[in-house]
Design a binder for this molecule. Structure first.
Ligand code: PEP
Ligand code: MG
Length: 590
């Protein structure tokens, strides 16, 4: 029966596919398709791991001391029974044979399927067996980690995908498009899915500018977050339409609905084709104002997409993505230097703005790291805690390592060094002191480095109200509207339950942005917006009217924003923006 689930639209377009349910804790499991002639090997890999676990548990049981409580032996019996249950291995075999999922993916998919059956059971004792099943699956996965897959993934990292006429992403060998449904995915795990084989995705939690949503947008696939109970209502393999424009999921659609969305999907494709013609057009307004359109990137490889979308530089390299999902082992200086250098070279001489690490809040380093314990999750308000520059200043050796790597990379091209979340004069001074110290260290080692322009992010209202202080020390400012909105309105940007109050058009927010732009323009200092607002076409004209001439956004949004720019006349927009700024209800005027 058809039903719909409402959430928040985060990434445009329509995806139609079968649901793949992924538990939050399983998001880091590899997902790829295997060749048809290799499925037997893949099945053997699960069997081998399963048999090894059976042996391990049997041995445990055999070695139990005679006086061990009876419950332990009974529990091990249950685990053995679950391991040998044909439903588990039979199901895994089916996912591998029919869908060509890799072994880990097949196992976690079958786990989700059986776990759901346990959830539906009346009997409490049986319902509780789900936890045992989870432990058993965890053991098999751990075993498999030690056994390298004998084959190369067939479809992963977008290597062998193609775009069908309907706009569905299909693997060469698999003709069923897939959409990912999860309760939550951390930004680090999202990286695993970046350029993966999914045609769209939806999560139960998250706000429009949560970092998971931001990475989703950078993947340029239809996505919905904050869809509350989607992962409970949708079942493995259900057909789902993800409407990333309206923020709606339609489950088990009727043929009429499917036809309607198929049509919408084709319209979207046509629109994209039309926009792609603007790629080589300069971003100049009707009254001859040249506008700088820059790209936001997460990894050095993203520069490829930035260049092909026509970006004239990188306005925000979120360097923290180099730090995440590494079990707390931070990248060393060489590793960082080569990543930054790769990004600089990828931009072919265009400027690259590297933001120092912004770990914390909804961007934890890793689930299992000690450093994360120190910084996040253990506190009630991680967004107000040891985040971004605060985290960096709390660990000078770590920060110096990053600063040296950035300065060294600057020898290879035009680099701007951007510092997130500053609010206090003391933080500014400490940061500048450490940048100087990094230079001295490099001098002492005789290591070459290059000049950088220094920039600060304006993300905290206190910073937006201390512009003179900031401009005394920095060459340019970059407005992080995502956080500026969060902190001005006291709305957690990652919390879907207050998403309706997260209002980019609140007069207070607009006032802080307008004043920042005006002050920078008055002092002849560079200013850019690099939050999601920069890529929101409904805000382009207002920002132009406020005097903004530099926008940084995900490459996928550049052409649509350029289209707005080509139709704009900034001389006319200026007085109009004044009216909007003075209004009680600015949104109504856009
Ligand atoms: C912002 O806050 O607007 C910003 C660009 O930084 P991030 O989204 O990474 O917090
Ligand atoms: Mg921010």
């Amino acid at each position: 029966m058809t039903f719909s689930v409402h959430g928040l639209a985060v990434s445009r377009g329509i995806a139609i596919g079968r649901a793949v349910l992924v538990a939050s804790s399983r998001a880091d499991v590899a997902h790829y398709f295997v060749d048809a002639d290799k499925t037997d090997l893949e099945i053997a890999r699960v069997r081998e791991a399963r048999n090894a676990v059976v042996e391990e548990i049997s041995r445990l049981q055999h070695d139990l001391p005679k006086d061990a409580p009876h419950e332990i032996s009974a529990l091990l019996d249950v685990h053995l029974m679950l391991l040998q249950d044909e439903q588990l291995i039979g199901g895994v075999k089916k996912w591998i044979t029919d869908r060509r999922y890799n072994a880990e993916w097949a196992l976690t998919t079958q786990y989700e399927t059986i776990a759901r059956q346990f959830d539906d059971m009346e009997d409490e004792y049986l319902r509780e067996r789900k936890a045992d099943l989870e432990q058993v699956v965890e053991r098999i996965l751990r075993r498999m980690k030690g056994m390298a897959s004998p084959m190369q993934p067939v479809a992963q990292a977008g290597a062998s995908r193609k775009q069908s006429k309907q706009g569905l992403l299909l693997a060469d060998t698999i003709d069923v498009p897939l959409v990912l449904i999860a309760h939550d995915i951390s930004p680090a795990d999202m990286l695993q899915f970046k350029q993966s084989l999914f045609a769209g995705f939806a999560t139960d939690v998250g706000g429009k500018t949560s970092h998971t949503a931001i990475v989703a947008r950078s993947m340029d696939i239809p996505a919905v977050v904050g869809a509350r109970s989607a992962s409970q209502l949708i079942e493995q393999d259900d057909w789902v339409i993800i409407d990333g424009d309206a923020g709606i999921l339609i489950v088990d659609p009727s043929p009429i609905i499917l036809a309607e969305y198929g049509f919408k999907q084709r319209q979207g494709e046509l629109e994209r084709e039309r926009l792609s013609r603007l790629k080589n057009t300069a971003a100049i307004t009707l009254d001859n104002q040249r506008i700088e359109l820059l790209a936001n990137i997460e990894l050095p490889g993203d520069t490829l997409g930035a260049v092909s979308a026509g970006a004239v530089g990188v306005g925000l390299f979120r360097s923290e993505f180099l730090f995440m999902g590494r079990a707390g082992n931070l990248p060393n200086e060489e590793e960082q230097y080569s990543a930054y250098r790769q990004a600089i070279e990828g931009m072919k001489g265009m400027p690259v703005t590297i933001r120092t690490v912004d770990i914390g809040s909804d961007k934890p380093l890793d689930r299992a790291s000690d450093r994360m314990e120190k910084a996040q999750d253990t506190h009630l308000n991680p967004a107000l805690g040891l985040r971004a520059i605060r985290w960096s200043l709390a660990d000078p050796p770590m920060f110096l390592t990053q600063l040296r790597a950035i300065l060294r990379a600057a020898a290879h091209g035009q680099v701007n060094l951007l510092v997130p979340m500053l609010a206090h004069a003391s933080e500014i001074k400490q940061t500048l002191l450490l940048i100087d110290r990094a230079r001295v260290q490099l001098d002492n080692q005789g290591v070459p480095y290059g000049p950088v322009q220094l920039g600060a992010m304006i993300e905290i209202p206190a910073a937006a109200l201390s512009l003179k202080l900031f401009l005394k020390y920095f060459d340019f400012l970059s407005i992080g509207t995502n956080d500026l909105i969060q902190y001005t309105l006291a709305i957690d940007r990652a919390d879907e339950s207050v998403a309706h109050l997260y209002d980019p058009c609140h007069p207070a927010v607009l006032r802080l942005i307008a004043d920042t732009i005006a002050e920078c323009n008055a002092q002849g200092k560079g200013v850019s917006v690099c939050g999601e607002m920069a890529g929101d076409v409904s805000m382009t004209k207002l920002l132009l009217g406020m005097g903004l001439r530099s926008f940084s956004m995900h490459p996928s949004q550049i052409l649509a924003v350029k289209q707005q720019i080509l139709r704009a006349d900034t001389a006319k927009l200026k007085p109009w923006a004044e009216l909007v700024l003075g209004s009680d209800d600015p949104a109504a005027m856009l």
